[in-house]
Design a protein around this ligand. Structure first.
Ligand code: PMP
Length: 328
């Protein structure tokens, strides 16, 4: 069972997680009309820090914009979210790596199938950072379910309702004894996993499905583009065929909840020659250094929240922040 921390952020205040509940008559519950993001809290240089928080906020705003939820941006700023994240992490005394899930939920009661002009609630909760696939040798299965295309439910928007697609595909993979699925698009090209992006290595070049391949534009995917540049590894974003995966030298996944996981088997075929390929390993080590705060040029992606060894005084500071500051 995944450990969920005791305190949540809900309706502009911190509450016990059991009180962070949505009405059964809300659009969020009726239609899955919520947008979300999940980011890691890391321990970097003795401090507790959020990774790429600004980018997560921006993707949340973009998801709301695509779906037509129009009350997020007038209400929330990045600075306000940052304050709320700090308060939530402190209230939960987070002192090890953890995930934070932020949701923006349309919670007006029975408004019918529409999205504009609806009241929304922002929620956040913290849970243990356990990867959803094995790190050294994940086994994947091509899904019988295809990835929802941009013209149906846009993949680049992180919308709760759309995750039924991921649930179907991952459950199919689990039922067949695999760790996760590989989604193909309607044309049979590779998209991604149930909740992670995919990279392959062929002849020393990193290849990943391009942004128009019905993938979620993962924030870790973008980070890997920067790593590839730093490490002088050629990178190509393009359409990827399934059979390219079968003959790749290396295949790995990336994402907040998959981490950088080396894939050892796809559809019964062994991938590569070693459990963790050399390029996968270099990228993983780079990420570990970045997450520890050991790479100065990536410190810009760490939002420092507080020193790890907290004293009680900091809890008073949480009160002082006053979550009324969350509104513009
Ligand atoms: N694809 C899907 C469908 C996802 O749910 C996720 C997780 N948010 C990702 C890719 C990876 O995104 P990120 O790197 O931002 O965690």
């Amino acid at each position: 069972m995944t450990r969920v921390y005791q305190k949540a952020f809900f309706k502009n205040k911190i509450v016990p997680i059991a009180e962070a509940t949505l009405n059964v008559a809300s659009s969020a519950v009726l239609y899955g009309l919520s947008v979300c993001t999940v980011f890691p809290i890391l321990i970097a240089g003795g401090s507790v820090a959020a990774f790429r928080l600004r980018d997560h906020f921006q993707r949340l705003v973009n998801s709301a914009q695509i779906i037509g939820i129009d009350s997020l941006e007038p209400t929330w700023t990045y600075e306000a979210l940052q304050q709320a994240v700090r308060a939530l992490a402190q209230e939960n005394s987070v002192a090890e790596m953890a995930f934070v899930r932020v949701g923006v939920h349309a919670d007006e009661l029975v408004p019918g199938t529409r999205s504009r002009g609806l009241a929304t609630t922002l929620s956040m909760f913290v849970y243990e950072a356990t990867p959803i696939v094995p790190q050294n040798g994940a086994r994947l299965k091509t899904s019988v379910w295809r990835r929802i295309p941009d013209y149906a439910i846009p993949s680049r928007a992180k919308v709760n309702g759309a995750y039924v697609n991921s649930v179907l595909a991952r459950q199919d993979a689990l039922d067949c004894g695999y760790d996760d699925c590989i989604f193909l698009d309607a044309g049979g090209h590779v998209c991604e996993l149930s909740a992670g992006n995919i990279f392959i290595v062929r002849d020393g070049t990193l290849i990943t499905p391009d942004a128009a391949s019905d993938v979620l534009e993962g924030i870790n995917r973008r980070t890997i583009f920067e790593f590839a540049c730093d490490l002088s590894i050629p990178l190509v974003e393009r359409r990827v065929d399934l059979t390219e995966l079968y003959i790749a030298d290396e295949v790995f996944t990336c994402g907040t909840s998959t981490f950088i996981s080396a894939v050892k088997e796809i559809d019964g075929r062994t991938i590569g020659r070693s459990l963790v390929g050399p390029i996968t390993q270099r990228i993983r080590e780079k990420q570990e250094r970045v997450f520890r705060g050991d790479e100065p040029s990536y410190l810009k992606y760490l939002t420092f929240l507080y020193k790890r060894a907290m004293d009680c005084g900091q809890h008073e500071e949480v009160e002082a922040i006053g979550l009324s500051a969350t509104r513009r």
